[in-house]
Design a protein around this ligand. Structure first.
Ligand code: NAP
Length: 458
Protein backbone atom coordinates (compact mmCIF):
# COMPACT_ATOMS: atom_id res chain seq x y z
CA UNK A 1 0.00 0.00 0.00
CA UNK A 2 1.01 3.64 -0.45
CA UNK A 3 0.49 5.92 2.56
CA UNK A 4 -0.99 9.34 1.85
CA UNK A 5 0.06 11.90 4.46
CA UNK A 6 -1.37 15.29 5.36
CA UNK A 7 1.44 17.79 4.63
CA UNK A 8 0.10 20.09 7.35
CA UNK A 9 0.77 17.66 10.20
CA UNK A 10 2.13 14.41 8.79
CA UNK A 11 -0.93 12.37 9.83
CA UNK A 12 -2.15 9.49 7.70
CA UNK A 13 -5.03 10.52 5.44
CA UNK A 14 -5.47 7.18 3.70
CA UNK A 15 -3.84 4.49 1.63
CA UNK A 16 -4.00 3.35 -1.96
CA UNK A 17 -2.82 0.18 -3.57
CA UNK A 18 0.70 -0.12 -4.93
CA UNK A 19 -0.19 -1.98 -8.10
CA UNK A 20 2.07 -4.76 -9.31
CA UNK A 21 3.35 -4.99 -12.87
CA UNK A 22 0.69 -7.63 -13.58
CA UNK A 23 -2.05 -5.32 -12.27
CA UNK A 24 -0.82 -2.43 -14.40
CA UNK A 25 -0.69 -4.67 -17.46
CA UNK A 26 -4.24 -5.83 -16.72
CA UNK A 27 -5.42 -2.22 -16.46
CA UNK A 28 -3.77 -1.42 -19.81
CA UNK A 29 -5.52 -4.47 -21.29
CA UNK A 30 -8.90 -3.30 -19.97
CA UNK A 31 -8.33 0.22 -21.32
CA UNK A 32 -7.45 -1.15 -24.76
CA UNK A 33 -10.24 -3.73 -24.82
CA UNK A 34 -12.86 -1.08 -24.03
CA UNK A 35 -11.76 1.26 -26.82
CA UNK A 36 -13.59 -0.21 -29.86
CA UNK A 37 -17.03 -0.11 -28.24
CA UNK A 38 -16.48 3.24 -26.51
CA UNK A 39 -15.21 4.90 -29.68
CA UNK A 40 -18.43 3.87 -31.41
CA UNK A 41 -20.82 5.24 -28.79
CA UNK A 42 -22.86 8.20 -29.92
CA UNK A 43 -21.47 11.57 -28.94
CA UNK A 44 -24.66 12.31 -27.04
CA UNK A 45 -24.27 9.08 -25.04
CA UNK A 46 -20.76 10.08 -23.99
CA UNK A 47 -22.04 13.57 -23.27
CA UNK A 48 -24.80 12.20 -21.02
CA UNK A 49 -22.35 10.10 -19.02
CA UNK A 50 -20.01 13.06 -18.52
CA UNK A 51 -22.97 15.18 -17.46
CA UNK A 52 -24.04 12.49 -14.96
CA UNK A 53 -20.49 12.49 -13.53
CA UNK A 54 -20.59 16.29 -13.31
CA UNK A 55 -23.93 16.19 -11.44
CA UNK A 56 -22.85 13.54 -8.93
CA UNK A 57 -19.59 15.28 -8.06
CA UNK A 58 -21.29 18.70 -7.96
CA UNK A 59 -23.64 17.39 -5.30
CA UNK A 60 -20.73 16.40 -3.08
CA UNK A 61 -18.25 19.25 -3.38
CA UNK A 62 -17.59 19.58 0.33
CA UNK A 63 -16.44 15.97 0.68
CA UNK A 64 -14.04 16.44 -2.23
CA UNK A 65 -12.78 19.77 -0.87
CA UNK A 66 -12.04 18.35 2.59
CA UNK A 67 -10.18 15.42 1.12
CA UNK A 68 -8.09 17.73 -1.08
CA UNK A 69 -7.21 19.93 1.91
CA UNK A 70 -6.08 16.91 3.84
CA UNK A 71 -3.98 15.26 1.14
CA UNK A 72 -2.63 18.37 -0.59
CA UNK A 73 -2.57 21.07 2.12
CA UNK A 74 -4.53 23.70 0.21
CA UNK A 75 -7.27 25.62 2.04
CA UNK A 76 -11.01 25.08 1.59
CA UNK A 77 -11.66 28.19 -0.51
CA UNK A 78 -8.94 27.12 -2.91
CA UNK A 79 -10.23 23.56 -2.97
CA UNK A 80 -13.73 24.76 -3.85
CA UNK A 81 -12.22 27.00 -6.53
CA UNK A 82 -10.32 24.06 -7.98
CA UNK A 83 -13.44 21.89 -7.95
CA UNK A 84 -15.40 24.49 -9.89
CA UNK A 85 -12.51 24.89 -12.31
CA UNK A 86 -12.16 21.12 -12.69
CA UNK A 87 -15.88 20.48 -13.06
CA UNK A 88 -15.90 23.17 -15.72
CA UNK A 89 -13.90 20.80 -17.94
CA UNK A 90 -16.42 18.00 -17.44
CA UNK A 91 -19.28 20.31 -18.31
CA UNK A 92 -17.45 21.89 -21.25
CA UNK A 93 -16.39 18.58 -22.81
CA UNK A 94 -19.81 17.00 -22.22
CA UNK A 95 -20.95 19.66 -24.71
CA UNK A 96 -17.87 19.63 -26.93
CA UNK A 97 -18.24 15.87 -27.48
CA UNK A 98 -21.13 16.72 -29.81
CA UNK A 99 -19.13 19.21 -31.87
CA UNK A 100 -16.16 17.27 -33.19
CA UNK A 101 -16.91 18.27 -36.76
CA UNK A 102 -15.09 17.21 -39.91
CA UNK A 103 -15.07 18.86 -43.37
CA UNK A 104 -16.12 18.25 -46.88
CA UNK A 105 -13.58 19.67 -49.32
CA UNK A 106 -14.32 20.62 -52.93
CA UNK A 107 -13.22 17.65 -54.95
CA UNK A 108 -10.01 17.61 -57.01
CA UNK A 109 -11.22 14.71 -59.17
CA UNK A 110 -14.32 14.24 -61.33
CA UNK A 111 -17.03 11.96 -59.97
CA UNK A 112 -15.40 11.87 -56.54
CA UNK A 113 -16.06 13.26 -53.08
CA UNK A 114 -13.57 14.29 -50.42
CA UNK A 115 -14.58 13.76 -46.81
CA UNK A 116 -12.52 14.63 -43.76
CA UNK A 117 -13.54 13.06 -40.45
CA UNK A 118 -12.08 13.16 -36.97
CA UNK A 119 -11.60 9.94 -35.07
CA UNK A 120 -10.47 9.25 -31.51
CA UNK A 121 -6.75 8.51 -31.45
CA UNK A 122 -7.18 5.31 -29.42
CA UNK A 123 -6.53 4.25 -25.85
CA UNK A 124 -4.79 7.00 -23.88
CA UNK A 125 -2.60 6.95 -20.79
CA UNK A 126 -2.13 9.92 -18.55
CA UNK A 127 0.15 10.89 -15.66
CA UNK A 128 -0.71 13.80 -13.38
CA UNK A 129 0.97 15.84 -10.60
CA UNK A 130 -0.12 16.52 -7.01
CA UNK A 131 -0.65 20.28 -7.09
CA UNK A 132 -4.19 20.14 -8.53
CA UNK A 133 -5.45 16.72 -7.40
CA UNK A 134 -8.95 17.27 -8.80
CA UNK A 135 -8.67 19.51 -11.83
CA UNK A 136 -5.73 17.61 -13.35
CA UNK A 137 -7.87 14.48 -13.45
CA UNK A 138 -11.06 15.98 -14.86
CA UNK A 139 -9.19 18.06 -17.45
CA UNK A 140 -7.65 14.96 -18.98
CA UNK A 141 -10.38 12.38 -18.44
CA UNK A 142 -13.31 14.51 -19.63
CA UNK A 143 -11.48 15.49 -22.82
CA UNK A 144 -10.40 11.95 -23.64
CA UNK A 145 -13.82 10.44 -23.00
CA UNK A 146 -15.60 13.17 -24.96
CA UNK A 147 -13.39 12.46 -27.98
CA UNK A 148 -14.18 8.74 -27.79
CA UNK A 149 -10.87 7.63 -26.27
CA UNK A 150 -10.55 5.36 -23.26
CA UNK A 151 -8.07 6.48 -20.61
CA UNK A 152 -5.79 4.93 -18.01
CA UNK A 153 -4.64 7.47 -15.44
CA UNK A 154 -1.79 7.43 -12.95
CA UNK A 155 -2.26 10.18 -10.34
CA UNK A 156 0.58 11.54 -8.22
CA UNK A 157 1.65 9.48 -5.24
CA UNK A 158 1.06 12.40 -2.84
CA UNK A 159 -2.57 12.97 -3.87
CA UNK A 160 -4.20 9.81 -5.25
CA UNK A 161 -7.22 9.84 -2.91
CA UNK A 162 -9.07 12.64 -4.71
CA UNK A 163 -8.35 10.86 -8.00
CA UNK A 164 -9.78 7.56 -6.74
CA UNK A 165 -12.82 9.36 -5.38
CA UNK A 166 -13.39 10.87 -8.83
CA UNK A 167 -13.10 7.38 -10.31
CA UNK A 168 -15.66 6.07 -7.83
CA UNK A 169 -18.12 8.82 -8.81
CA UNK A 170 -17.45 8.14 -12.49
CA UNK A 171 -18.43 4.51 -11.97
CA UNK A 172 -21.57 5.58 -10.13
CA UNK A 173 -22.38 7.86 -13.06
CA UNK A 174 -22.20 4.84 -15.38
CA UNK A 175 -18.75 5.33 -16.94
CA UNK A 176 -17.73 1.70 -17.34
CA UNK A 177 -14.65 -0.24 -16.34
CA UNK A 178 -12.01 -0.05 -19.04
CA UNK A 179 -13.22 3.31 -20.29
CA UNK A 180 -11.65 5.10 -17.32
CA UNK A 181 -9.05 3.14 -15.36
CA UNK A 182 -6.58 4.13 -12.66
CA UNK A 183 -3.31 2.71 -11.41
CA UNK A 184 -0.91 3.68 -8.63
CA UNK A 185 2.50 2.29 -7.83
CA UNK A 186 6.05 2.69 -9.06
CA UNK A 187 5.98 5.69 -11.44
CA UNK A 188 9.02 4.53 -13.39
CA UNK A 189 7.57 1.08 -13.97
CA UNK A 190 4.11 2.40 -14.86
CA UNK A 191 5.65 5.01 -17.16
CA UNK A 192 7.66 2.33 -18.95
CA UNK A 193 4.73 -0.06 -19.30
CA UNK A 194 2.42 2.54 -20.82
CA UNK A 195 4.99 4.13 -23.10
CA UNK A 196 6.27 0.77 -24.40
CA UNK A 197 2.80 -0.57 -25.18
CA UNK A 198 2.04 0.04 -28.88
CA UNK A 199 -1.71 -0.13 -28.23
CA UNK A 200 -1.60 3.05 -26.14
CA UNK A 201 -1.79 5.73 -28.82
CA UNK A 202 -1.37 8.86 -26.77
CA UNK A 203 0.21 10.06 -23.55
CA UNK A 204 -1.08 13.14 -21.80
CA UNK A 205 1.38 14.21 -19.12
CA UNK A 206 1.41 17.08 -16.66
CA UNK A 207 4.42 17.42 -14.41
CA UNK A 208 8.03 18.48 -14.45
CA UNK A 209 9.95 19.20 -17.63
CA UNK A 210 12.55 16.59 -16.62
CA UNK A 211 9.99 13.76 -16.45
CA UNK A 212 8.24 15.09 -19.57
CA UNK A 213 11.47 14.77 -21.55
CA UNK A 214 11.98 11.27 -20.25
CA UNK A 215 8.48 10.22 -21.30
CA UNK A 216 8.89 11.87 -24.71
CA UNK A 217 12.05 9.82 -25.25
CA UNK A 218 10.28 6.66 -24.11
CA UNK A 219 7.39 7.36 -26.50
CA UNK A 220 9.73 7.63 -29.48
CA UNK A 221 9.76 3.85 -29.88
CA UNK A 222 6.04 3.72 -30.63
CA UNK A 223 5.67 7.32 -31.89
CA UNK A 224 2.74 8.19 -29.68
CA UNK A 225 0.85 11.43 -29.88
CA UNK A 226 1.68 13.50 -26.79
CA UNK A 227 0.30 16.38 -24.81
CA UNK A 228 2.83 17.83 -22.39
CA UNK A 229 2.02 20.40 -19.72
CA UNK A 230 5.34 21.02 -18.00
CA UNK A 231 7.19 23.54 -15.89
CA UNK A 232 7.09 27.33 -16.04
CA UNK A 233 9.03 30.44 -15.04
CA UNK A 234 6.35 33.08 -15.40
CA UNK A 235 7.33 36.75 -15.59
CA UNK A 236 4.95 39.21 -13.91
CA UNK A 237 5.67 42.71 -15.25
CA UNK A 238 4.41 45.90 -13.65
CA UNK A 239 4.82 49.08 -15.71
CA UNK A 240 4.74 52.54 -14.16
CA UNK A 241 1.34 53.34 -15.72
CA UNK A 242 -0.33 50.34 -14.05
CA UNK A 243 -2.97 50.42 -11.36
CA UNK A 244 -0.57 49.44 -8.58
CA UNK A 245 -3.24 48.32 -6.13
CA UNK A 246 -4.81 45.99 -8.68
CA UNK A 247 -1.42 44.71 -9.79
CA UNK A 248 -0.36 43.98 -6.21
CA UNK A 249 -3.63 42.17 -5.44
CA UNK A 250 -3.36 40.08 -8.60
CA UNK A 251 0.25 39.21 -7.90
CA UNK A 252 -0.37 38.14 -4.32
CA UNK A 253 -3.37 36.06 -5.20
CA UNK A 254 -1.63 34.36 -8.16
CA UNK A 255 1.55 33.77 -6.18
CA UNK A 256 0.10 32.43 -2.95
CA UNK A 257 -2.40 30.08 -4.58
CA UNK A 258 -1.45 26.57 -3.46
CA UNK A 259 1.46 28.14 -1.53
CA UNK A 260 3.13 29.02 -4.83
CA UNK A 261 3.15 25.42 -6.03
CA UNK A 262 1.58 26.16 -9.40
CA UNK A 263 3.09 25.94 -12.88
CA UNK A 264 1.65 29.38 -13.74
CA UNK A 265 2.73 30.98 -10.47
CA UNK A 266 4.49 34.35 -11.03
CA UNK A 267 8.14 33.36 -10.68
CA UNK A 268 9.95 36.56 -11.71
CA UNK A 269 8.36 39.87 -10.72
CA UNK A 270 9.70 42.74 -12.87
CA UNK A 271 8.82 46.20 -11.57
CA UNK A 272 9.64 49.42 -13.41
CA UNK A 273 12.25 51.34 -11.39
CA UNK A 274 10.16 54.48 -10.74
CA UNK A 275 7.40 52.55 -8.94
CA UNK A 276 9.54 49.78 -7.45
CA UNK A 277 9.45 50.84 -3.79
CA UNK A 278 5.78 51.84 -3.81
CA UNK A 279 4.83 48.52 -5.37
CA UNK A 280 6.94 46.44 -2.97
CA UNK A 281 5.26 48.19 -0.02
CA UNK A 282 1.81 47.34 -1.37
CA UNK A 283 2.72 43.69 -1.91
CA UNK A 284 4.27 43.46 1.55
CA UNK A 285 1.16 44.89 3.25
CA UNK A 286 -1.08 42.39 1.46
CA UNK A 287 1.13 39.37 2.16
CA UNK A 288 1.57 40.25 5.84
CA UNK A 289 -2.20 40.16 6.30
CA UNK A 290 -2.52 36.55 5.12
CA UNK A 291 -2.19 33.86 7.79
CA UNK A 292 -0.07 30.75 7.42
CA UNK A 293 -1.90 27.68 8.65
CA UNK A 294 -3.38 24.28 7.84
CA UNK A 295 -6.11 24.50 5.24
CA UNK A 296 -9.23 23.02 6.82
CA UNK A 297 -10.84 26.37 7.55
CA UNK A 298 -12.94 28.95 5.76
CA UNK A 299 -10.50 31.88 5.58
CA UNK A 300 -7.75 32.00 2.96
CA UNK A 301 -4.47 30.77 4.37
CA UNK A 302 -1.05 29.93 3.00
CA UNK A 303 -0.69 26.22 3.59
CA UNK A 304 2.28 23.88 3.87
CA UNK A 305 4.49 22.78 1.00
CA UNK A 306 3.90 19.27 -0.25
CA UNK A 307 6.93 17.46 1.19
CA UNK A 308 10.37 17.81 2.73
CA UNK A 309 12.15 17.98 -0.64
CA UNK A 310 9.95 20.95 -1.62
CA UNK A 311 10.72 22.96 1.52
CA UNK A 312 14.44 22.17 1.27
CA UNK A 313 14.49 23.37 -2.35
CA UNK A 314 12.73 26.65 -1.54
CA UNK A 315 14.95 27.23 1.51
CA UNK A 316 18.12 26.68 -0.53
CA UNK A 317 17.00 29.04 -3.31
CA UNK A 318 16.20 31.82 -0.84
CA UNK A 319 19.40 31.34 1.18
CA UNK A 320 21.48 31.30 -1.98
CA UNK A 321 19.83 34.49 -3.30
CA UNK A 322 20.47 36.28 0.00
CA UNK A 323 24.11 35.19 0.01
CA UNK A 324 24.42 36.66 -3.49
CA UNK A 325 23.00 40.04 -2.42
CA UNK A 326 19.21 39.81 -2.48
CA UNK A 327 17.40 41.27 0.56
CA UNK A 328 14.37 39.76 2.26
CA UNK A 329 11.87 42.52 3.05
CA UNK A 330 9.56 39.82 4.40
CA UNK A 331 10.19 36.23 5.50
CA UNK A 332 13.33 34.63 4.16
CA UNK A 333 13.10 31.49 6.27
CA UNK A 334 10.96 28.51 7.20
CA UNK A 335 7.82 29.48 9.12
CA UNK A 336 7.82 29.38 12.92
CA UNK A 337 5.05 26.74 12.78
CA UNK A 338 7.72 24.30 11.66
CA UNK A 339 6.92 21.18 9.64
CA UNK A 340 6.44 21.92 5.96
CA UNK A 341 5.40 25.56 6.38
CA UNK A 342 7.60 28.19 4.71
CA UNK A 343 7.15 31.87 5.55
CA UNK A 344 5.86 33.96 2.61
CA UNK A 345 8.96 35.76 1.43
CA UNK A 346 9.60 38.91 -0.58
CA UNK A 347 13.09 39.32 -2.00
CA UNK A 348 14.33 42.56 -3.56
CA UNK A 349 17.59 43.35 -5.37
CA UNK A 350 17.37 40.01 -7.12
CA UNK A 351 19.63 39.72 -10.16
CA UNK A 352 19.16 37.79 -13.39
CA UNK A 353 22.26 35.69 -12.87
CA UNK A 354 21.07 34.24 -9.55
CA UNK A 355 19.85 30.62 -9.76
CA UNK A 356 16.41 31.70 -8.50
CA UNK A 357 15.90 33.60 -11.78
CA UNK A 358 16.06 30.46 -13.90
CA UNK A 359 14.48 27.98 -11.46
CA UNK A 360 10.81 27.20 -10.99
CA UNK A 361 10.54 28.10 -7.28
CA UNK A 362 7.31 26.27 -6.37
CA UNK A 363 6.93 28.04 -3.04
CA UNK A 364 5.57 31.29 -1.53
CA UNK A 365 8.51 33.45 -2.64
CA UNK A 366 8.27 36.74 -4.56
CA UNK A 367 11.64 37.58 -6.20
CA UNK A 368 11.41 41.21 -7.33
CA UNK A 369 13.60 42.62 -10.11
CA UNK A 370 13.87 46.23 -11.33
CA UNK A 371 13.65 47.18 -14.99
CA UNK A 372 13.80 50.40 -17.02
CA UNK A 373 12.37 49.94 -20.50
CA UNK A 374 9.76 47.85 -22.28
CA UNK A 375 12.26 46.37 -24.72
CA UNK A 376 14.56 45.41 -21.87
CA UNK A 377 11.85 43.67 -19.83
CA UNK A 378 10.56 41.75 -22.85
CA UNK A 379 14.06 40.49 -23.56
CA UNK A 380 14.58 39.51 -19.93
CA UNK A 381 11.18 37.80 -19.76
CA UNK A 382 12.02 35.78 -22.85
CA UNK A 383 15.42 34.79 -21.51
CA UNK A 384 14.13 31.45 -20.20
CA UNK A 385 13.87 27.90 -21.45
CA UNK A 386 10.22 28.02 -20.33
CA UNK A 387 7.32 29.75 -22.05
CA UNK A 388 4.10 28.90 -20.27
CA UNK A 389 2.51 32.16 -19.18
CA UNK A 390 3.45 35.83 -18.77
CA UNK A 391 1.54 38.48 -16.83
CA UNK A 392 1.77 42.23 -17.31
CA UNK A 393 0.04 45.27 -15.88
CA UNK A 394 -0.14 48.38 -18.04
CA UNK A 395 -2.86 50.77 -19.22
CA UNK A 396 -1.18 51.39 -22.58
CA UNK A 397 -3.09 49.66 -25.36
CA UNK A 398 -0.25 49.74 -27.88
CA UNK A 399 2.10 48.24 -25.35
CA UNK A 400 -0.47 45.56 -24.53
CA UNK A 401 -0.49 44.45 -28.16
CA UNK A 402 3.31 44.56 -28.32
CA UNK A 403 3.52 42.39 -25.21
CA UNK A 404 1.01 39.93 -26.62
CA UNK A 405 3.04 39.70 -29.84
CA UNK A 406 6.58 39.72 -28.47
CA UNK A 407 6.44 37.65 -25.31
CA UNK A 408 7.38 34.02 -25.85
CA UNK A 409 4.62 32.26 -23.94
CA UNK A 410 1.56 30.20 -24.70
CA UNK A 411 -0.55 32.53 -22.56
CA UNK A 412 -0.23 36.30 -22.05
CA UNK A 413 -2.41 37.69 -19.28
CA UNK A 414 -2.80 41.47 -19.19
CA UNK A 415 -4.12 43.34 -16.15
CA UNK A 416 -5.18 40.17 -14.36
CA UNK A 417 -3.60 37.38 -12.36
CA UNK A 418 -6.20 34.84 -13.31
CA UNK A 419 -5.55 32.44 -16.20
CA UNK A 420 -7.62 29.33 -16.34
CA UNK A 421 -11.11 28.28 -17.25
CA UNK A 422 -12.35 25.39 -19.36
CA UNK A 423 -13.18 27.50 -22.39
CA UNK A 424 -9.63 28.80 -23.07
CA UNK A 425 -6.60 26.97 -24.52
CA UNK A 426 -4.17 26.32 -21.68
CA UNK A 427 -0.59 25.57 -22.65
CA UNK A 428 2.83 26.94 -23.37
CA UNK A 429 5.75 27.07 -25.79
CA UNK A 430 9.47 26.25 -25.62
CA UNK A 431 10.23 23.67 -22.92
CA UNK A 432 7.00 24.32 -21.05
CA UNK A 433 4.50 22.44 -23.16
CA UNK A 434 3.23 21.13 -26.35
CA UNK A 435 -0.42 20.63 -26.99
CA UNK A 436 -3.29 22.51 -25.38
CA UNK A 437 -5.89 21.64 -22.76
CA UNK A 438 -9.29 23.29 -22.55
CA UNK A 439 -11.38 24.98 -25.27
CA UNK A 440 -12.14 23.39 -28.64
CA UNK A 441 -8.38 23.09 -29.16
CA UNK A 442 -8.14 20.65 -26.25
CA UNK A 443 -10.26 17.96 -27.85
CA UNK A 444 -8.22 18.15 -31.06
CA UNK A 445 -5.35 16.60 -29.06
CA UNK A 446 -7.40 13.41 -28.74
CA UNK A 447 -8.47 12.95 -32.36
CA UNK A 448 -6.76 12.35 -35.64
CA UNK A 449 -7.85 13.57 -39.00
CA UNK A 450 -8.91 11.04 -41.61
CA UNK A 451 -9.25 11.93 -45.29
CA UNK A 452 -11.47 9.70 -47.38
CA UNK A 453 -11.60 9.97 -51.16
CA UNK A 454 -14.75 8.44 -52.64
CA UNK A 455 -14.07 8.09 -56.35
CA UNK A 456 -16.08 6.33 -59.05
CA UNK A 457 -19.31 8.06 -58.08
CA UNK A 458 -20.48 8.55 -61.67
P1 NAP B 1 6.85 15.23 -11.46
O1 NAP B 1 7.87 14.85 -10.48
O2 NAP B 1 7.24 15.32 -12.89
O3 NAP B 1 5.65 14.20 -11.24
C1 NAP B 1 4.48 14.27 -12.03
C2 NAP B 1 3.94 12.89 -12.21
O4 NAP B 1 4.90 12.10 -12.92
C3 NAP B 1 3.64 12.14 -10.91
O5 NAP B 1 2.48 11.37 -11.10
C4 NAP B 1 4.86 11.25 -10.75
O6 NAP B 1 4.60 10.07 -10.03
C5 NAP B 1 5.14 10.90 -12.20
N1 NAP B 1 6.51 10.48 -12.46
C6 NAP B 1 7.64 10.80 -11.80
N2 NAP B 1 8.70 10.19 -12.37
C7 NAP B 1 8.25 9.45 -13.41
C8 NAP B 1 8.83 8.61 -14.37
N3 NAP B 1 10.15 8.39 -14.41
N4 NAP B 1 8.05 8.01 -15.31
C9 NAP B 1 6.72 8.22 -15.29
N5 NAP B 1 6.08 9.03 -14.40
C10 NAP B 1 6.84 9.64 -13.47
O7 NAP B 1 6.21 16.65 -11.13
P2 NAP B 1 5.58 17.13 -9.76
O8 NAP B 1 6.68 17.50 -8.85
O9 NAP B 1 4.56 16.18 -9.28
O10 NAP B 1 4.78 18.42 -10.23
C11 NAP B 1 5.39 19.64 -10.33
C12 NAP B 1 5.73 19.97 -11.76
O11 NAP B 1 4.57 19.89 -12.56
C13 NAP B 1 6.21 21.39 -11.88
O12 NAP B 1 7.30 21.47 -12.75
C14 NAP B 1 5.00 22.11 -12.48
O13 NAP B 1 5.31 23.28 -13.21
C15 NAP B 1 4.44 21.05 -13.35
N6 NAP B 1 3.04 21.35 -13.64
C16 NAP B 1 2.72 21.80 -14.89
C17 NAP B 1 1.42 22.14 -15.18
C18 NAP B 1 1.04 22.63 -16.54
O14 NAP B 1 -0.16 22.61 -16.85
N7 NAP B 1 1.98 23.07 -17.37
C19 NAP B 1 0.43 22.03 -14.20
C20 NAP B 1 0.80 21.57 -12.94
C21 NAP B 1 2.11 21.22 -12.67
P3 NAP B 1 4.77 9.98 -8.44
O15 NAP B 1 3.90 11.01 -7.86
O16 NAP B 1 4.29 8.59 -8.14
O17 NAP B 1 6.21 10.20 -8.15
Amino acid sequence: MIDVLNPADGTLVGQVEHHSEAQVRAAIDRTCAAFPAWSRTLARERSALLRAWFDLVSADKTAFAELMCRENGKCMSEAFGEIDYGLGFVEWYAEEAKRVYGDTIPTHAKDAAVIVTKEPVGPVASITPWNFPFMMITRKVATALAAGCTILLKPAEETPLTAYKLLEYARRAGIPEGVFEMVTGDPVQIGKLITDDPRIRKISFTGSTAVGKLLAAQCAGTLKKMTMELGGNAPFIVFDDADLDEAAKALVSAKLRNSGQVCISPNRVYVQASIHDAFVQRVKALVEAIPVDQGLQDRFVVGPLINRAAIDKVGKLVDDSRERGAKAVLGGHAHAKGGLFYAPTILVDVADDMPIASTEIFGPVFPIYRFSTEAEVIARSNDSEYGLVAYAFTRDLGRSFRLSRNIEAGMVILNSGSVGTASVPFGGVKQSDYGREGSHHGIEEYVHVKYTLMAGLA
